[in-house]
Ligand binder design. Sequence first.
Ligand code: S3P
Length: 171
Amino acid sequence: APNRSPDRSIALVGLMGAGKSTVGQKLAAKLALPFVDADTEIERAARLDIPSLFERYGEAAFRDCERRVIARLAGGPVQVIATGGGAFVDEATRRLLLARCHVLWLDAPVERLAARVGRRGGRPLLDGRDTIEALESLAAARTRYYAEAHIRIDASEDRDETVARILAALP
Ligand code: S3P
């Protein structure tokens, strides 16, 4: 059955490699909604790519920028928003997203996440570390926050399957 247009934006949260950006693009196309990637918006606002932002100003400055950008996106028209993996850990961002959006946690085993992030660099929190170990420690610290999402989606299969699961789960 065709999904109605959602009444709120859809925010995708979860660890790096969960597929937030690729799934988000496809989902937005299916729902005929705009798609926006918070990381890309941060890079645009800061006029720096994320690794440079971390390197020059540190993670705390990146998080400040991320909080402001997501507040703007969540206050905008209904759209599909892919957030960076750490965004939903921030309390202010989490509260805002939970109040304004349908928040979907894309959840997948660390091995699957690792296989996906292997294909793209530019993630300062993984640089120079064993990917599985780094993702495991992030998962240990973050799962309790992701679990506050409105809906948990099993994102261990491919993008099309994940999109189908989301469409079936949306209210
Ligand atoms: C981060 C995830 C990245 C990006 C930054 C920090 C994190 O986004 O925001 O490197 O803290 O998990 P993706 O989840 O899109 O890779």
